[in-house]
Design a protein around this ligand. Structure first.
Ligand code: TRP
Length: 444
């Protein structure tokens, strides 16, 4: 497909908001703080930062570059970078889009819960306490209805395309997210008990440093930057040719990490504020109560102890989570949709309806068999598939894709890249260091 007829993000700001919108999601606002809280706070933070900048950032550049070079959906972009391995490239693309669809199928369920909690806090704010129990109590009907609502929202945005849908909503929602976030963190700091959480988050206790912690931090970094499932490849293909990829990727990684860090600044102190207010956050053995309880029980319990202000703070908190989730879920749906419009020549409308419908169906199956399937899908996709696919993409970029073509692609947005330090380190780094690091962490 000629690059001129292909849709693009209209501005670099728009691209950064969209890519950061994909990266910033439940992984940052929920996953990172809960993992940090249950893995010794500061130590997890440090290992996580190393993982992001030593491992995830170079891979983010690799994924974006191959996408922009291919100027097409993930399948075709991989084929462009691996001309001799067409079958392998197609297979990799297809596996990537299946995995990202599965990720969306569980992501939508969790996002649905958030919508339930948001509606609940909103109604409390207006003094409505009847009939709100259903919204926050685990049941198949609630899970199903809220999940479908969230999927419809995602499909609505993606149906409007790259510039009018994804970019427009990301540039609206992301700044709003930053503002809400800032307000809420500042508020929590004023509460009793917050300092205890802050200490746990910022003062390292090295006894927590274990191989398992490194594996968790790596998984978290990959999930958080949406790596390994063609999201960044697809978004990269909508990036203008004159954009500087290493710089843009660095900005995306910085925003993502900044939000994760701030989420920690908010959630860890909030836990201790909740404890101060008499909410149980640690089990009798001293371990942190599991992660769902933290967001869906502990924090709401804290909001409840704060009366009417609490209902407002709670509503803001959940709104924040929903925004973060939506800008991520649209990036996931875009991957199979871009493949369907370009490979199967479906119209965008039909592709969104068909694929969105299919993912909703899969998600419904997970909801109905929740106890058997939910954990399984999460583990299969995020713990195994994502790092493995990311590794394969890195191998293509490092070993197979022609070095001069990579250089040519990067040069378009950064003419003197060949002389800079980036080009001295990165190709070798992606070729050798990233795979070795990943395998080390895996086998640890
Ligand atoms: N990165 C997002 C988060 O932190 C979630 C996300 C979006 C994602 N696209 C993805 C995760 C692709 C894995 C793969 O919540």
């Amino acid at each position: 497909m000629a690059s001129s007829s292909r849709s693009q993000f209209s501005s670099r700001f728009g691209f950064i908001m969209a890519a950061a919108g994909s990266a910033v999601g439940l992984g940052n606002v929920w996953g990172f703080p809960t993992q940090a809280a249950s893995n010794g706070g500061a130590v997890f933070l440090i290992v996580y930062l190393c993982m992001v900048f030593l491992l995830a950032y170079p891979m983010l550049v690799a994924e974006m570059t191959i996408g922009r070079y291919g100027q097409s959906n993930a399948i075709r972009s991989f084929r462009a970078g691996w001309p001799k391995g067409q079958l392998g490239a197609i297979l990799l693309g297809v596996v990537g889009l299946v995995v990202v669809s599965l990720i969306l199928s569980f992501y939508a369920i969790v996002a649905g819960w958030l919508m339930g909690s948001f509606a609940d806090s909103g109604m409390n704010l207006f003094g409505i306490h009847d009939h709100t129990h259903w919204l926050t109590t685990f049941s198949t009907s609630r899970n199903l209805i809220l999940m479908v609502t969230f999927m419809l929202l995602t499909m609505y945005v993606v149906r409007n395309g790259v510039a009018d849908g994804i970019e427009k909503w990301s540039t609206r929602l992301m700044p709003l997210l930053f503002i809400l976030f800032f307000v809420l963190t500042a508020y929590i700091f004023t509460q009793d008990g917050a300092m205890e959480g802050l200490k746990m988050y910022l003062i390292p206790d090295l006894s927590h440093l274990t191989p398992e912690l490194c594996v968790s931090a790596m998984g978290q970094a990959f999930f958080s930057l949406s790596l390994g499932v063609c999201v960044m490849t697809t978004y990269g293909s909508y990036l203008k040719k004159d954009a500087n990829i290493p710089k843009t990727a660095a900005q995306v990684a910085l925003i993502d990490t900044g939000v994760a860090f701030t989420a920690g600044l908010m959630v860890l102190p909030a836990m201790f504020v909740a404890k101060q207010n008499g909410v149980q956050i640690f089990s009798d053995t001293g371990a942190l109560l599991n992660s769902d309880t933290l967001v869906f029980d502990v924090l709401p319990a804290m909001f409840n102890t704060m009366g009417i202000v609490g209902a407002l703070v709670g509503a803001i908190f959940f709104l924040l989570m929903i925004i973060a989730a939506l800008t991520s879920s649209i990036s996931m749906l875009e991957v199979p949709v871009s493949c369907a419009t370009e490979e199967l020549k479906l119209s965008r409308n039909k592709a969104v309806l068909f694929i969105g419908g299919l993912i909703t169906l899969v998600s419904a199956i997970v909801v109905v068999n929740f106890s058997d399937l939910f954990g399984l899908v999460v583990t299969f996709t995020t713990v195994y598939s994502q790092p493995i696919i990311a590794l394969l993409i890195t191998l293509i970029v490092g070993w197979i894709w022609n070095r001069n073509q990579i250089l040519g692609e990067l040069k378009q947005g950064c003419p003197d890249i060949e002389q800079g330090w980036f080009w001295k380190i990165w190709p070798w780094y992606v070729r050798v260091v990233c795979p070795i690091l990943m395998l080390l962490v895996f086998f640890a």
